[in-house]
Design a protein around this ligand. Structure first.
Ligand SMILES: O=C(O)CCC(=O)C(=O)O
Ligand SMILES: [Fe+2]
Length: 212
């Protein structure tokens, strides 16, 4: 089942992974390329012998991948953790609404040269005016190499910057829900020892949960 072959829903992002989600495990599986999928469009390169022996990762901007994972295919333990994190965020900052489990998950994979430009996380079903009224939090988890995350409330504000390390979670809700943010760089060789992401190649995963 191919989840996404399209251009960005988020301003400044036009990089998508032509990948699939495994129904069994519910995770992002770069080992399954469209060329090996029975549901993908016929590919003129499918006769290449190497393609079937070693399915290639396909990152359409070379250095970044993105997939929206139907929440039903997503490990429930993760969504439960996201809900618990929202509860903690609400305790510390009452303007972040305390909600049930999020209903949308997006995974980004960045190679070491991957990045994402300034944008805010729109709710696809809402108009431009309505976006500004949203307060439901975004829960954003980082795994693998560290990355710089920059953010600001308004486009003409000076940016703030934080280094997100593997295992860090950033939650923005309430009045911060529509902050502008970007990831200008991944910091290579910073994946913690013992976290084996070699099957994906060196880089960083970002798992984002939304109430959309
Ligand atoms: O990778 C990150 O930390 C942020 C990703 C992001 O902003 C997005 O997917 O909209
Ligand atoms: Fe974002």
């Amino acid at each position: 089942m191919c989840i996404e072959h399209c251009t960005g829903q988020v301003e400044g992002v036009h990089s998508f992974y032509d990948g699939e989600v495994s129904r069994e495990l519910g995770y992002f599986d770069p080992a399954i390329s469209p060329a090996s999928s029975s549901t993908s469009a016929a590919s003129s390169s499918s006769s290449t012998p190497a393609a079937s022996a070693t399915p290639a990762k396909k990152l359409n901007l070379v250095n970044k991948a993105r997939i929206n994972v139907p929440i039903a295919l997503h490990p429930p333990q993760f969504t439960a953790v996201a809900q618990e994190l929202v509860r903690i965020a609400h305790e510390r900052c009452a303007s972040v609404p305390c909600l049930d489990e999020p209903n949308t998950c997006r995974i980004n994979y960045y190679t070491n040269s991957g990045k994402i430009g300034w944008h805010y996380d729109r709710v696809p079903s809402l108009s431009k005016e309505e976006q500004r009224t949203v307060t439901d939090p975004v829960i954003s988890m980082s795994f693998g190499n560290s990355a710089e995350f920059q953010y600001k409330q308004r486009m003409d504000d000076p940016e703030e910057s934080v280094i997100l390390e593997s295992g860090d979670v950033i939650i923005f809700g309430g009045p911060a829900r529509m902050i502008y943010h970007m990831v200008p760089r991944v910091i290579k060789n910073t994946t913690p020892k013992g976290l084996d992401l070699r099957q994906f190649g060196p880089g960083r995963f970002n798992v984002g949960y939304y109430y959309n």
